[in-house]
Design a protein. Structure first.
Length: 575
């Protein structure tokens, strides 16, 4: 129930709308409940009418009540739809915002298809099955309660006979409803798997084609899609049973009531008009009864979606900004790792007892075999992750005590996998600083050796690139990313395998751009290419999460240790 309480908190800002919606339900149901009563009176008047004014008056009252019902039904549907869509939009924004602030380490543990499903599909289920369901439930309960009062007051004996039939109807339908709910929940969970397969096949399209795995991917999707098909078919089969069964039981109940009612009319215990009104009320009771059953089943399904949504929203941020953090002043670039250790899972140490001082303006290359902890080490500097033990300082400031914005705004980061957003070249370059002038954008592009190829694009700096736009080569995309970083004017640069995925020609252009970017700045260079490593002032060698060697290229070669082994391996690989 705690998730329900949290959802109701989201409803609080819209309490006024909720009250208006409830009033619409009350007034609309009131009008609907009175209409059959006047219909019964109208039928009784037909047999003994002498004065048409009474007939006209009753007809006008019924028309007015039906109009009033329609008017407030519109209000009910519109108001609750507004509330539902508004809360879904709020939930999606909260989820998206939460995802933006999760540490990269934590985010990488999640399947992206599952996150997308929770953000889009589960939130939509909350709107359709829960928020709309609550409105329908309240409407059905009010209507059913009103009907019960009226039919009991009309003829309690006939009402009692009706109530004996209802449990048969309810129990027969609810059993099937539970099965439908179970299979619906299964479909809901498996949609995330389909999303993941589609996403991976699009993202990894190049790899799929290189390894000629198109048929494998199609087979994988087909198998999951078929499973989903049969789950939906099971729901359709259950629904196909539920609907005719519901119709048959309804007809059975009406025949029974007709039989009893006709006997009462024959004995003079009830007028024809009263009986028709009674039948109308019984017919009206079927819909809210079905609605209550449907909503209760949907609420259980929606609660599962609530759990999935709040699992994300309640997730603690692993990188937390303290209250009243220090605003980091313009940095010089002195970085210190003081006895730093890090583990992702609390068992396996990725970094162990790292002690490293990097002077302002110094360029440090971080080398080591795969899994040595290189990326984890540099990820500590902008606080993508936090050390499990020890302290990281910049210019003497413990970075845990400074604001994240003031820290990250002074650090340039160029990863191996360049991200180009859908938008123009100009938008991509100014992504981190959207208020810069066009002249500054061009200057940054020139420094990144990107201006010449940009001018050859169809619309120059206004060319749309990224998904759905013009495709760029790896080297071109990387130079756009470097121009983006140059505009930030950082004093500290992190290059994480920034040239590893490029061919020799592209690397030459990108290396020129990187040299321009790193002028006069502290730089951490995660690299395995010898051409990049040799440019560093100092090389730090990691193995099994520990610093095992430090020095210049020549010093480490003479040492004849881990670094020499890495270099020999690279030379052999390049042959």
């Amino acid at each position: 129930m705690r998730y329900l309480a949290r959802l109701l908190k989201l409803l609080k800002p819209y309490a006024g709308y909720f009250i208006i919606g409830l009033l619409c339900i009350l007034i609309g149901n009131g009008a609907q409940l009175y209409a059959p009563k006047f219909l019964g009176e109208l039928l009784d008047q037909l047999s003994k009418v002498k004065d048409l004014s009474t007939l006209n008056r009753l007809s006008l009252i019924i028309i007015f009540l039906l109009f009033l019902r329609s008017l407030f039904l519109y209000g009910q549907i519109y108001v609750f739809s507004f509330i539902g869509h508004r809360i879904v939009a709020d939930l999606r924004e909260k989820l998206f915002s939460k995802i933006q602030y999760l540490s990269l380490d934590y985010l990488n543990r999640w399947n992206s298809g599952d996150l997308i499903a929770r953000t889009l599909q589960d939130t939509q289920l909350i709107q359709t099955s829960f928020l709309s369901g609550i409105a329908d439930l309240f409407y059905a309960i009010v209507l059913l309660f009103g009907i019960l009062i009226i039919v009991i007051s009309t003829d309690w004996q006939l009402a009692l006979a009706t109530f004996l039939v209802i449990p048969l109807f309810v129990f027969s339908i609810s059993g099937i409803g539970k099965e439908i709910q179970k299979w619906s929940l299964s479909v809901q969970r498996k949609i995330a798997d389909l999303t993941r397969i589609i996403q991976e096949s699009i993202k990894g399209a190049r790899v799929v084609r290189v390894f000629s795995q198109e048929e494998t991917e199609i087979k994988k999707f087909r198998e999951e899609n078929e499973k989903n098909f049969f789950r939906n078919l099971k729901i359709a089969r259950l629904t196909a049973i539920q609907i005719p069964l519901s119709s048959f039981l309804t007809a059975l109940a009406l025949v029974f009531i007709l039989w009893l009612g006709t006997r009462k009319i024959a004995k003079g215990e009830m007028t024809l008009g009263s009986f028709v009104a009674f039948l109308t009320y019984v017919g009206m009771a079927i819909d809210p009864t079905q609605t209550i059953l449907r909503v209760l089943a949907g609420l259980r399904q929606a609660y599962a979606a609530l759990e999935r949504i709040f699992e994300i929203l309640e997730m603690g941020r692993e990188v937390v900004e303290i209250k009243n953090p220090i605003i980091l002043p313009p940095i010089k670039g002195f970085v210190e790792f003081d006895n730093v250790s890090f583990t992702y899972d609390g068992v396996n140490w990725v970094l162990k007892n790292i002690n490293l001082k990097v002077k302002a303006g110094e360029k440090i290359a971080i080398v080591g075999s795969s899994g040595a902890g290189k990326t984890s080490l540099v990820n500590l500097i902008p606080r993508f992750i936090d050390p499990t033990e020890g302290v990281v300082r910049i210019d003497g400031y413990d970075i845990k005590r400074v604001s994240l914005r003031s820290l990250r705004s002074q650090i340039g980061f160029v990863p191996q996998e360049t991200i180009i957003f859908h938008g123009t070249v100009k938008d991509n370059i100014s992504y981190g600083n959207p208020y810069v002038s066009f002249e500054e954008i061009v200057e940054a592009a020139k420094m990144a050796r990107a201006h010449d190829f940009i001018m050859k694009l169809p619309q120059g700096y206004d060319t749309v690139i990224g998904e759905g736009g013009v495709n760029l080569s790896g080297g071109q995309a990387q130079r756009i990313a470097i121009a983006r970083t140059i505009l930030l004017k950082p004093k500290l640069i992190i290059l994480d395998e920034a040239t590893s995925a490029l061919d020799s020609e592209s690397e030459a252009f990108v290396q020129e751009a990187l040299d321009e970017l790193m002028k006069g700045k502290t730089a951490f260079i995660v690299a395995h290419r010898l051409s990049t490593i040799k440019r560093a002032d100092r090389i730090v060698v990691l193995e099994n999460g520990e610093i095992v060697e430090e020095g210049t290229h020549n010093e480490l070669l003479k040492l004849g240790g881990v670094y020499l082994r890495i270099i020999k391996w690279q030379i052999e690989e390049s042959k």
